[in-house]
Design a protein around this ligand. Structure first.
Ligand code: F6P
Length: 577
């Protein structure tokens, strides 16, 4: 067994004594895992070599059923993955990889409340926040569902009182503006959802999101506001995040300078956190605090009290539908066989391109103005979860992880970076996302946008051959011979993979499904890469250094304690500011 383990480790690129742990420390279970992963990975490598040159346009030409075979539907969500460089066997082999990685067991452990966030000894239970099954979910033997439901009820009561005008500002006026002060997971989720569900927001209510510690951002938000009608939500899991606390203090000072009495704070400031001591220390009464728990990761927290701005914006019913949608995806993820499981397939296709084709990035391209912040939201969700180079046991990872996720609304991207997607030297797999029904009354705009949505994935898949390019030039009334060397610039090699996610319409339920789909995709990839997807130590070092540099910025003497670049930059800043 030890010998097989050593071989497996060797194969995986780990030289005993140089990288990772020496092979003698591999347990029999680890050895077995390595052997299974080795087998699955080698099979995929052989398969990659066999099909790498296949053209998707030929696959479509020879198989009229390809769309039916490689698409899945869940409620209002259609996931078409037929424009990928796959055949049936690819999916079979990728699912074998997921089996070898013990995905089903990890999935069970996550939903069950085991402490799979092993560096922080925490359960990972964002799924409990939208658990509509009535089945208890236990952490350390205690069912967390009563607390979850109590907090949802508190949020709902508060949201109702703002929405119906029962809870008013210090001069008796209705609250018209809600400012969420938070950053990262305490900002991106609620912001993205409130934008996406804008048509569902109660008329007369305006939502603002203040995250950047740049004073300009605070000034921009505050200058739009009337203290008499503004509610501030200070959202921070830890309630220690420097940017958030700075913005919160600025908002508090601004409010006091206008209202003139500390007693009015209670009607205008609430907190969302796991840290009640820090909330009290800040001066917010814990009666005005909404809680969540350490088993909710920041980037997975929009379903918790962090979703308070969402609940105020779209109401209890809307928020409940958002949770229902996510729960529907949770059930699908738990129950559907791997080869018909949306998050699993989405994740495995990502692995296929990243680890086998060497794709370094992944684009998210919503053709929907409502989803304009989805790429930024997914950047945190994906890259903070899986941007790791040690595995869950602290060993160097065996392969590259987490491609760089990026994107923008597709239609704008077409006039900016799509050149690279179509003709660049890198393979960039992409998710195209759109809704069939628009909330806009300008229906003809939607068809124009959607015609582009469909044409882009077709063009990326088909490309345009030399012959077709010459024909196109002729059709345009030019002579290909006169076009000369231009012809080669107009060829599209095609065979560029895309996923298409088409929602019937944007509503809370469908958005809930979509977000949960990506959450589980990231989980699956983390399992295959053997990562702890639920910690984020990578953000810490810069934060610590910033603290000591802040002191140095305020000291009179020249800074000398860093490298010459950092010293030089700090001292120049001090001179210039
Ligand atoms: O620095 C990264 C991070 O810890 C994120 O993980 C988190 O979402 C964000 O900062 C904000 O943290 P908090 O909600 O504790 O203010």
């Amino acid at each position: 067994m030890a010998e097989r383990a050593a071989n497996a480790l060797q194969w995986c690129g780990i030289r005993p004594g140089t990288r990772a742990l020496p092979e003698e420390r591999a347990t029999p279970a680890e050895a077995e895992h390595f052997v299974a992963m080795q087998k699955a990975t080698e099979a995929l490598m052989r398969h990659y070599e066999a099909i790498e040159s296949l053209q998707m346009r030929d696959m479509f030409a020879t198989d009229p059923q390809r769309f039916d075979r490689f698409s899945l539907e869940l409620g209002d969500l259609l996931f078409d993955y037929s424009k990928n460089r796959i055949i049936d066997e690819t999916i079979t082999l990728l699912c074998e990889l997921a089996e070898a990685a013990d995905l089903k067991e990890w999935r069970r452990l996550m939903f069950r409340g085991d402490k799979i966030n092993n560096t922080e000894q925490r359960a990972v239970l964002h799924t409990a926040l939208r658990n509509r099954s009535g089945i208890p979910v236990r952490v350390d033997g205690k069912d967390v569902m009563p607390e979850v439901n109590t907090e949802i009820a508190r949020m709902a009561a508060f949201a109702v009182s703002i929405r119906n005008g029962e809870r008013r500002g210090f001069t008796g006026k209705r609250i018209s503006d809600v400012v969420n002060i938070g950053i990262g997971g305490s900002d991106l989720g609620p912001k993205m959802v409130c934008e996406a569900l804008e048509p569902f927001i109660q008329p007369g209510l305006r939502l603002h999101f203040l995250s950047n510690v740049d004073g300009v951002a605070a000034e921009q938000v505050l200058q739009e506001l009337d203290p008499e009608t503004t509610l501030f939500i200070v959202a921070s899991k830890t309630f220690t995040t420097q940017e958030t606390m700075t913005n919160a203090r600025t908002a508090r000072e601004w409010f006091l300078s206008q209202s003139g009495d500390e007693a009015f704070i209670a009607s205008h400031f609430v907190a969302v956190s796991t840290n009640s001591e820090a909330v009290s220390a800040f001066g917010i009464d814990t009666d005005n605090m909404f809680v969540f728990w350490d088993w909710v990761g920041g980037r997975f927290s929009l379903w918790s009290a962090i979703g308070l701005p969402i609940m105020i914006a779209i109401g209890e019913e809307g928020f409940s539908e958002l949770l229902d949608g996510a729960h529907a995806m949770d059930c699908h993820f738990m129950e559907a066989p791997l080869e018909r499981n949306m998050p699993v397939i989405l994740a495995l296709l990502g692995i296929w391109y990243h680890n086998y084709f060497g794709a370094e990035s992944h684009a998210v391209l919503p053709y929907d103005q409502a989803l304009r912040s989805l790429p930024a939201y997914l950047q945190q969700l994906d890259m903070e979860s899986n941007g790791k180079s040690v595995d869950r046991d602290g060993r160097p990872v065996l392969t590259t992880t987490s491609p760089i996720l990026w994107g923008a609304t597709g239609i704008n991207g077409q006039h900016a970076f799509y050149q690279l997607l179509h003709q660049g030297s890198r393979l960039v797999p992409a998710d195209f996302i759109a809704t069939a029904e628009t909330h806009s009354s300008l229906k003809h705009h939607h068809d124009i946008m959607m015609s582009n949505f469909f044409s882009q994935t077709e063009a990326l898949m088909r490309g345009r051959t030399l012959g077709e390019t010459r024909e196109a030039i002729e059709d345009a009334g030019d002579s290909p011979d006169e076009a000369g060397h231009r012809v080669s610039h107009m060829i599209f090699e095609g065979n560029r993979p895309t996923n298409t996610l088409l929602l019937r319409k944007m509503n809370p339920f469908n958005l809930g499904m979509l977000v949960a789909l990506y959450e589980h995709k990231i989980f699956v990839q983390g399992v295959i890469w053997n990562l702890n997807s639920f910690d984020q130590w990578g953000g810490e070092l810069g934060k610590q250094l910033a603290k000591s540099i802040l002191d140095e910025l305020n000291a009179g003497s020249a800074v000398v304690g860093h490298d010459s670049s950092t010293n030089g930059l700090i001292n120049t800043y001090k001179r210039l500011r």
